[in-house]
Ligand binder design. Structure first.
Ligand code: HEC
Length: 174
């Protein structure tokens, strides 16, 4: 993996936490009310964990070994484990309108199945609160260079979509 791709992955990784929908033009997060100091600290800690973890896995899997065959989504899953352990934020991939490359990534819960339907229709995100948990699904664009593996026998070059599910406990709203 060359440096450009490593940097692209870093930018993508940061985007997951900072602006999960920044690939989606119709969601403008810049006009949102600024967060409280406490909220900003939580966001900063999460971003730190994500960037720190992503940097470690990139060096481990893509930089030291020039002939590495690591799969980026899989490497990032090691960072997801840390986000769960240190921040109680659960993160996982889902397939949306392709067959899952890994069957473990098929949508499982009712929320994930509903989210996959929404993202397949072109929505950039979908969220819900249920039983003290906030659940968020953001679209991951599978452009044509991704599809040679993700949809090997495709008949069109249209982009497809996968998803990233992020969920965490929240205080119940009264
Ligand atoms: C060389 C083949 C290849 C290419 C090219 C590729 N992927 Fe994948 N991708 C895989 C494999 C294999 C997995 C399954 C990893 C695992 O075992 O968890 C996967 C899994 C994923 C997943 C998890 C969902 C699923 O279907 O299992 C996402 C998201 C993903 N890739 C995104 C991308 C994106 C975005 C691109 C293009 C920028 C891309 N991939 C290009 C091989 C590829």
């Amino acid at each position: 993996m060359n440096r450009f791709r490593i940097i692209s992955l870093a930018v993508l990784a940061v985007t997951f936490v900072a602006l999960p929908t920044s690939f989606a033009e119709d969601v403008d997060t810049t006009k949102a009310t600024p967060p409280s100091v406490a909220e900003a600290r939580v966001r900063a800690r999460l971003l730190h964990e994500m960037v720190h973890g992503a940097l470690q896995v990139m060096h481990r899997d893509f930089f030291d070994e020039e002939e590495s065959h690591a799969i980026p989504s899989r490497s990032l899953e090691d960072v997801f484990v840390e986000l769960q352990r240190g921040h109680r934020v659960s993160v996982r991939w889902i397939s949306v309108n392709t067959n899952a490359m890994n069957v473990d990534n098929e949508p499982q819960s009712l929320f994930e199945k509903a989210a996959a339907k929404q993202l397949a229709q072109g929505k950039p995100e979908h969220d819900a609160v249920d039983q003290g948990r906030y659940q968020y699904a953001g679209a991951i664009r599978l452009s044509s260079r991704c599809l040679k593996c993700h949809v090997p026998n495709r008949t069109s070059t249209d982009s497809r979509t996968a998803g990233l599910i992020i969920s965490m406990p929240v205080a119940e709203e009264k």
